[in-house]
Design a protein around this ligand. Sequence first.
Ligand code: HEC
Length: 231
Amino acid sequence: MPKIFIYGTIVVIFLAMIPPAVIAWARAVNSSQPRIHLIQDMDNQPKFRAQHANALFADGRAMRPPITGTVARGRLNEDDHYYRGINNGQWAATFPPQVAVTMDLLQRGQERFNIYCQPCHGLAGYGDGMVNKRAMVLMNLGVNGTTWVQPKSVHEQQIREQPVGQYFNTITKGVRNMPAYGPQIPVADRWAIVAYVRALQRSQNARPDDAPPGQRVQLQSVSVQMRNDRP
Ligand code: HEC
């Protein structure tokens, strides 16, 4: 075989080893240069990035704020009764027409109340939830200077007299030391909770004739027995 073939083959083998060697090297070392970008497509083009400056505008910002008063589609929420609990400039005394107070709504309200309100206000709404109990212990022990305002009982006369719209607002925006739950609880669920708070209040002030006729006698005998059981 002519020597030229042997030498040629050796040279080709060496040349063939260069690309894998370069790739292996490139993978192993760091470089401050941007990587080689052979096919550009539309990857690089003039544009302004979020939060960057743009001298074109008077305020120097590339991002344009929405024009004052802009409302996203479907977010006008102009129904004061439903979205704010306000009717004719006052706290609404009734549920808005789109809220049907049904057993389903009360059950939803009970579930949501037990998730969002019960930790502070307690299962029955007396302001004696677990967070309150724990905070009272910490406060009485003087741990890290704990201070605590007890959650209101929803059975206090003054709270019972509040219209439903005011409860809705209390949940939405919070009140004094109570934080706002509007950002966490959707509007429909807030109304469900309001309905359940009313049910709780009723439950603690029920009269025998609140019960369906068939069960009244039974209830009366239970309450008589409870009275007799007292020391
Ligand atoms: C983190 C604890 C906490 C949670 C959770 C909480 N509350 Fe309260 N709530 C309070 C406290 C504390 C007050 C009393 C605030 C005060 O007097 O400064 C209060 C007061 C209230 C009042 C009385 C408002 C008034 O006008 O005096 C209502 C009604 C009420 N809460 C309902 C709810 C409902 C419904 C939920 C669930 C969506 C809820 N709260 C969740 C702590 C809480």
